[in-house]
Design a protein around this ligand. Structure first.
Ligand code: CA
Length: 206
C-alpha cells in the first residue's frame, strides 16, 4: 500500500513536470559566463563587435552581464549566435530581451533569425526585424518558427546590418512550443516509475 502511494505520487509529480516544463535549449542564455568585460560569451559565437558588457548606457536586465553590439566597429554589421540540436518539423519559440542606447542614430537594422540545418546544409530560415521596437527600456521580442523536415540543428541568431545605434541583449530562450508531452514520453516516464517501485520492493525484501 505504501509502495503504491509512493508510485502514484511519483507519477503525478512527473506528469505535472512534463506538462509544464520546457527546457531552454540555449546555454548561457543570460551571458553570465564569459571571459570578462568586452569578451565573447561562453557558448555564443559571432563577430567581434558583439561583446559582453557589465554596463552599456545602463545595467543588464538580469545578472551582471549583457551582450552589447558596438555599432561603430565593423561598420555596425555582424551577428552573434548559438547552435542547438532540434527535432524535425517542430514548432519553436525564440525570445530575446533587448534595448538600445539612448544616444546614437536609427539607421540600419537589428533582427532575430533562426536558420535550420541538416548537418552543414542550410534548409531554410525565419527572421524578424526588431529595429523599430527597440527602445531605451528592456523589452522582450519573440519569433515563432517551425523547423524544416530532415532538420537536426538550428542556429539561433541576432544579426545586425549597418547599425549606428548600440543594441543590448539579455535573457534569451529557445523552446519547443508544445506544452503537452507525447503519449510515448508519458509511457516511458510511467515505466521509469514502475522500475523505481520494483527496485524499492527488491531492496525492502533483501
Ligand atoms: Ca545577464
Amino acid at each position: 500500500m505504501r509502495n503504491r502511494t509512493i508510485f502514484l505520487t511519483f507519477l503525478v509529480l512527473i506528469m505535472g513536470f512534463a506538462a509544464t516544463a520546457q527546457a531552454n535549449l540555449l546555454q548561457n542564455p543570460g551571458f553570465e559566463d564569459n571571459g570578462g568585460d568586452e569578451t565573447s560569451a561562453d557558448w555564443w559565437a559571432g563577430t567581434s563587435n558583439a561583446k559582453v558588457k557589465a554596463d552599456m548606457d545602463g545595467p543588464p536586465r538580469t545578472g551582471d552581464w549583457q551582450m552589447a553590439v558596438i555599432s561603430w566597429e565593423l561598420g555596425g554589421t555582424g551577428n552573434f549566435y548559438q547552435d542547438v540540436t532540434v527535432g524535425e518539423s517542430t514548432d519553436y519559440v525564440y525570445t530575446m530581451w533587448a534595448r538600445r542606447a539612448t544616444w546614437g542614430g536609427l539607421s540600419g537594422s537589428y533582427g532575430m533569425k533562426v536558420e535550420w540545418y541538416a548537418g552543414v546544409t542550410l534548409l531554410g530560415s525565419a527572421s524578424e526585424d526588431i529595429s523599430a521596437g527597440l527602445a531605451a527600456d528592456w523589452q522582450e521580442f519573440s519569433l515563432s518558427a517551425t523547423s524544416a523536415a530532415d532538420c537536426d540543428s538550428a542556429r539561433v541568431i541576432i544579426e545586425f546590418v549597418g547599425v549606428d545605434k548600440v543594441g543590448m541583449f539579455d535573457d534569451a530562450s529557445f523552446l519547443a512550443s508544445t506544452g503537452v508531452p507525447e503519449p510515448a514520453t508519458m509511457a516511458l516516464l510511467g515505466m521509469g516509475g514502475l522500475a523505481l517501485l520494483r527496485r524499492r520492493k527488491a531492496s525492502s525484501i533483501s
